[in-house]
Design a binder for this molecule. Structure first.
Ligand code: GDP
Length: 208
């Protein structure tokens, strides 16, 4: 098990009297079947997006820990669901990226079964982040997933990632295109833009 502590910014306790607040992030497991999902019933926040959209970088930025979520370019390794426990109170759930062209068809359907099982059955799932590349906007699979989340009454937030790659005019254009379907939260793993807003959305889900 990989356990990490970070001291950058703990949104769960931003005014801790010590002034130095550690966010405890634990990698729990990489589940390739539902029996391996954590059974403790803690609330979960899921991250979804096409391969290469910046999902691992987003998770690392939120956790304040480089290299926690691995960017995986190996098709075989993208088939499992990674669970990270945050401060012992809830999970970040890293769902496998979709649209990996090199995944053989059979593997793709295994992926679809696992992800669908997770989204359909997980009653402790509180919030999903649907990550889009700000430069590319919506693609068919993103829209399918969005429709699916809505049909199944799953709350979700759209993140427009890699916003630093666009100049001001391009940002306006990119965000406007994404707004045709949902209001996006601009994000950059490089500048940290959006980290605070995403954390705020997450902490809201745990308020009684
Ligand atoms: P994943 O496959 O969705 O987990 O995507 P990764 O997090 O591995 O990112 C894919 C590529 O995009 C990597 O080369 C990252 O360095 C790059 N990347 C991810 N997020 C950002 C970002 O916010 N800004 C920039 N400039 N590059 C990013």
């Amino acid at each position: 098990m990989k356990t990490g502590y970070t001291t950058v910014y703990n949104p769960l306790a931003p005014t801790h009297p010590s002034g130095v607040v550690k966010l405890i992030v634990e990698f729990i497991n990489s589940a390739s079947s539902p029996e391996q999902f954590p059974a403790d019933g803690l609330p979960e926040v899921a991250f979804l997006g096409r391969s290469n959209v910046g999902k691992s970088s987003l998770i690392n930025a939120l956790a304040g820990k480089r290299g926690l979520a691995f960017t995986s370019n190996t098709p075989g390794r993208t088939q499992s669901i990674n669970f990270y426990r945050i401060d012992g109170t809830f999970y970040f759930v890293d769902l496998p990226g979709y649209g990996y062209a090199r995944v053989p068809l059979a593997a793709k359907s295994e992926w679809a079964k696992l992800i669908e099982h997770y989204l359909r059955e997980r009653s402790n799932l509180r919030l999903s982040f649907l990550i889009l590349d700000a430069r590319r906007g919506w693609m068919e699979k993103d829209l399918d997933l969005k429709a699916w989340l809505e049909t199944n009454n799953h709350p979700y937030i759209v993140v427009a990632s890699k916003i630093d790659k666009l100049n001001q005019a391009e940002q306006q254009r990119g965000l406007k295109a994404i707004r045709l379907h949902a209001e996006p939260l601009p994000f950059s793993a490089i500048t940290g833009r959006g980290v605070r807003e995403i954390w705020q959305a997450i902490t809201k889900t745990h308020q009684p």
